[in-house]
Ligand binder design. Structure first.
Ligand code: UDP
Ligand code: MN
Length: 297
């Protein structure tokens, strides 16, 4: 072990969120009951965030999984659009996990941006592919990311960036409001309702989407470790939470409130939900289901 190896910590940029324009929007809530910002277009100046984060030497590790057919179906559009919109102006490293590293295409990346391809096994059940990400993310934070990047983002690969997804989305602990649920009454949130599951919860704050979460490496590690422990605890008891890793993630953020919440602008289902007046920008959208590729023999 290299004795000079030091973990990196995020510098405090809390003044940025304190200066958000919370009254810029009157059509939707811009703060949670525990006073965390809910990030909507109009509340922030991206340049102010970028400048402060550059001065704080912020950098971001982005983890993404492309296992089995998801590589061919989604990785290219994800990467090409991320190079246009994800954390532009900050150093970014993509950690791409796949069962077929040799098939990852080369991408032309901007300055201070790089990618790392890492092998991870395929699991026969898609539920396990999704859930086992939690363990893999924990390991890479422990072995590498915590020494190199103050911030981590974890995203689904079936996603396409269409507008700025920038440093305003950085924070201590960040979760995303699911675009199907943000306007529904809490009773309709699809939390796990089975008391035998570790993800069981009666009520909550919001319904969060597991396709997008982030924060400082320490906080992201706490999220994924807790979800993984819940998942393995359930396996031991022969139960599985209703929405797998997402159910455990919702339980985590109910017990440990996120310091920042992303509005559904940050992951909008533009195909089913189309447009809505409060969604001024669809920053990242759900990719179209590629059944042509996913079900190919
Ligand atoms: N995934 C993958 N290969 C699979 C299934 C899932 O790589 O066969 C990864 C991929 O990153 C995907 C994520 O796990 O975005 C979550 O799965 P999926 O997007 O299918 O779940 P959904 O968003 O439909 O709930
Ligand atoms: Mn997905």
């Amino acid at each position: 072990v290299d004795p000079n190896r030091r973990r990196v910590e995020a510098l405090n940029v809390g003044h940025l969120d304190a200066n958000l324009n919370y009254s810029a929007r009157t059509d939707i809530a811009t703060q949670t009951p525990w006073k965390a910002p809910i990030m909507w277009e109009g509340m922030f100046d991206g340049e102010v965030y970028d400048k402060a984060h550059r001065e704080a030497n912020s950098s971001v590790a982005l983890t993404v999984f492309a296992i089995g057919r998801y590589m061919e179906a989604y990785l290219k559009a994800f990467m090409i659009s991320a190079e246009k919109h994800f954390m532009i102006g900050l150093p970014v490293t993509y950690y791409i996990f796949t069962d077929t590293p040799e098939e990852v295409p080369t991408f032309k990346l901007g300055p201070e941006r790089s990618m790392k391809v890492l092998y991870t096994p395929h699991h026969p059940r898609w539920q396990d592919i999704s859930m086992m990400r939690m363990k893999t993310i924990s390991r890479i934070i422990e072995s590498e990311i915590s020494y190199r990047f103050p911030y981590v983002y974890c995203l689904d690969v079936d996603s396409v960036f269409e507008d700025r997804f920038g440093s305003e989305a950085l924070g201590e602990s960040v979760a995303l409001m699911h675009s199907y649920f943000y306007k529904l009454p809490k009773e309709e949130f699809s939390y796990d309702r089975n008391p035998k599951s570790k993800a069981y919860m009666e009520t909550g704050d919001y319904y969060y989407h597991a396709a997008v979460f982030g924060g400082t490496w320490r906080n992201v590690k706490a999220v994924v470790d807790s979800c993984y422990n819940g998942i393995m605890g359930d396996k031991k008891n022969n139960v599985e939470a209703l929405w797998h890793d997402e159910s455990h993630l919702n339980k985590y953020f109910w017990l440990h409130k996120p310091s920042k919440v992303l509005s559904p602008e940050y992951y909008w289902d533009a195909i089913s939900l189309k447009t809505r007046p409060e969604i001024k920008k669809a920053r990242m959208i759900w990719a179209e289901k590629r059944y042509d590729v996913l079900r190919k023999q």
